[in-house]
Design a protein around this ligand. Structure first.
Ligand SMILES: [Zn+2]
Length: 166
């Protein structure tokens, strides 16, 4: 954008020079030729200013995006302090809400992958996987599954062949 403004300024200087030259001209034909030249210069400077305006608008919207990113980052930096590492089962570690930070919220766990990426994803129940209860990350970009405690052994129903002693 700065380049366009510099160009616009020097183009305006050229326009001023042409205007100055106009005053010295003696014939109508010479004046007409200079006026055509002047119009061309004015069209150029308009084009440069339009471009600068478009660039400025783009810069402004990028600035807004960056400000929103910074705010999100700062919020997450605060929010992440409410959680600490917690072992669900041997080999499975997630982030769990600290007891003194829980307030009225139920106990919940965050996906450690998303946590590292600055995203808060609350793990949800996912049923039995490989004989373990499990939870999954709801973030569509992650979808990680974490194993919890082993599934309790089912109590086998009595076999129909069991001999009854009366
Ligand atoms: Zn995740």
């Amino acid at each position: 954008m700065f380049a366009e403004l510099t160009a616009a300024a020097s183009t305006l200087k050229a326009a001023a020079d042409i205007t100055q030259a106009l005053l010295a001209l003696k014939t109508d034909a010479a004046v007409s030729a200079k006026v055509v030249e002047l119009n061309g210069v004015i069209a150029n400077v308009q084009q440069q200013l339009f471009q600068a305006q478009a660039d400025y608008t783009a810069i402004q919207s990028r600035l807004k995006e960056l400000e929103a990113d910074i705010e999100k980052f700062q919020n997450w930096e605060q929010e992440k302090q409410r959680y600490q590492l917690h072992q669900l089962t041997e080999g499975t570690v997630v982030y769990r809400i600290k007891p003194d930070m829980q307030g009225s919220e139920p106990v919940h766990n965050l996906c450690p992958n998303c946590y590292q990426n600055g995203v808060k994803s609350i793990l949800q129940k996912y049923g039995i996987q490989h004989g373990h209860h499990s939870v999954t990350c709801p973030n569509p970009n992650c979808r990680a599954v974490f194993l919890c405690e082993k599934q309790a052994r089912r109590v086998m129903p009595p076999s129909p062949n069991t001999t009854h002693h009366w």
